[in-house]
Design a protein around this ligand. Structure first.
Ligand code: 9WO
Length: 258
């Protein structure tokens, strides 16, 4: 199943960053389609005005509801015409720091939908009435403020596209699954065998695949313990295997003695 992305943005060219390059560039037009809608083209005054001063005063400008609503409606209509409208069809997402945090679970939930309209704001924000009328979800990619919603929309699209069937080659797919395991990645090494005096861990040169697999799992468990205790706690709640317990305890003993 392919996915349709319609993005409402004042800066359509920014989306070249995902539609032209790398994994998401190759997948464009095959497993997903992306179309942009510029609210400036849905204005009717000579200046093509898309913003105005905030009621209540204060610095900066707020995006007008009207051009945005027209752009969102045009995007919905295109998806509708493709048979993707209705209750299980189009959802509108507004990207903002006030939204629900994006994580792997949210990505999996959204990946079930055939079509999304993404609304990227600019300036100091968007008239709240437009968000209330049109947005089904508000999503945040992290606790910081950007210059606009475009980069956040691209982060979301990239996450969604890279987990669609057939997008990643075998090696990348395998690594994706390792994140789904709820642990951080193990460290990677490539040539040369000695770099600036630092050697590759001996086990990786051993050719003993069972030993390598155990070492990598141990590194994943150990790093998750050190760097993301919150993730490890979840993993433990869901139950560690006897092997995993043993490997983690061995890592912890080695860490405490060094
Ligand atoms: C700008 C600003 C300036 C002075 C005082 C308060 C202010 N708030 C903002 C602001 O939040 N601007 C936003 C810019 C308006 C909506 C689009 N913009 C945005 C989205 N910035 N950061 C995001 C975002 C989206 C998703 N996840 C993280 C950040």
């Amino acid at each position: 199943m392919t996915m349709e992305f319609d993005v409402v943005t004042l800066f359509p060219e920014m989306f070249d960053a995902i539609t032209k390059y790398g994994v998401t560039g190759r997948a464009n037009g095959n497993v997903y389609h992306l179309q942009t809608w510029n609210p400036r083209q849905f204005t009717d005054d000579n200046y093509h005005t898309v913003d105005d001063r905030p009621y209540g005063g204060g610095p900066g400008m707020v995006m007008l509801a009207k051009p945005l609503e027209k752009a969102v409606t045009a995007a919905r209509n295109r998806q509708e015409a493709k048979g993707l409208g209705g209750i299980n069809g189009t959802k509108v997402i507004y990207l903002s720091p006030q939204g629900r945090s994006l994580n792997h679970d949210v990505v999996m939930e959204l990946s079930q939908l055939p079509a999304l309209v993404l609304l990227a704001g600019r300036y100091e924000g968007v008239d709240e009435r437009l968000i209330e009328r049109q947005a089904d979800y508000e999503i945040s990619i992290g606790d910081y403020v950007l210059s606009g919603g475009e980069l956040a929309a691209m982060v979301l699209i990239d996450c969604l596209v890279r987990q669609m069937p057939g997008v990643l080659g075998d090696p990348e797919s395998a690594r994706q699954e390792s994140f789904t395991s709820g642990l951080l990645d193990f460290p990677q090494y490539t040539r040369p065998e000695v770099y600036q005096g630092a050697v590759v861990p001996e086990v990786l040169m051993s050719g003993n695949h069972a030993r390598i697999k155990r070492w990598r799992l141990q590194q994943s468990l150990g790093r998750t313990w050190l760097r993301r205790p919150d993730m490890l706690a979840l993993k433990i709640e869901n139950g560690l295997s006897g092997e995993e317990k043993k490997l983690l305890e061995e890592f912890q003993r080695a860490y405490e003695t060094n």
